[in-house]
Design a protein around this ligand. Structure first.
Ligand code: SF4
Length: 165
């Protein structure tokens, strides 16, 4: 009996310690609420929208479905538009009503019906359609080729505009 009580006390102590550690880490990362999924270690879940043919791996998926994306760079007065489009795709796939884009120096918060987010979603849908068209017709899109980009491009072999290192 004494061992069982000691085991229960030890388990309770470990749970309290782990909760305190988690609370401290969440506070440090400025995260409120429960994290449902995370890709901060590159091991997150891939979420798909098969109909649209897109996937995403948000850095954090919060309980309730909102998403948080971290960027290692700094932002100016406005977020970088390609990042907003990335978050727009995440919001569409996750059906999230809220998203955060966290740069090194500031955070931008978006609601699904914000004007900028609605526009980013429309632009993302257009970009996805355009990408699908190019893939289905085996037709390379116009772009600004650099040896680095071209080296990993799926059109590299067919493309007459590929930049060579
Ligand atoms: S190979 Fe380079 S130029 Fe051609 S489609 Fe790919 S990225 Fe663009």
């Amino acid at each position: 009996m004494r061992y069982i009580l000691a085991l229960i006390a030890l388990t309770a102590a470990v749970v309290v310690w782990l909760r305190a550690l988690l609370r401290k880490q969440k506070k440090k990362a400025n995260i409120k609420g429960w994290v449902k999924d995370q890709d901060l270690d590159g091991d997150g879940t891939k979420y798909y929208n098969h109909k649209a043919g897109v996937l995403c791996k948000p850095d954090l998926v919060m309980d309730g479905g909102s998403v948080i994306e971290y960027k290692s760079r700094e932002a100016g007065d406005k977020p970088i538009y390609s990042d907003v489009m990335q978050v727009a795709i995440q919001m569409m796939i996750m059906r999230a009503d809220r998203a955060e884009l966290r740069y090194k120096n500031k955070t931008f918060v978006f609601q699904r019906d914000d004007q900028v987010m609605q526009k980013a979603m429309q632009d993302a849908v257009y970009a996805i359609k355009k990408m699908k068209y190019h893939l289905m017709t085996d037709n390379a899109p116009e772009g600004a080729p650099t040896p680095r980009k071209c080296a990993v491009c799926v059109f590299y072999k067919q493309c007459t505009e590929a930049a060579v290192a």
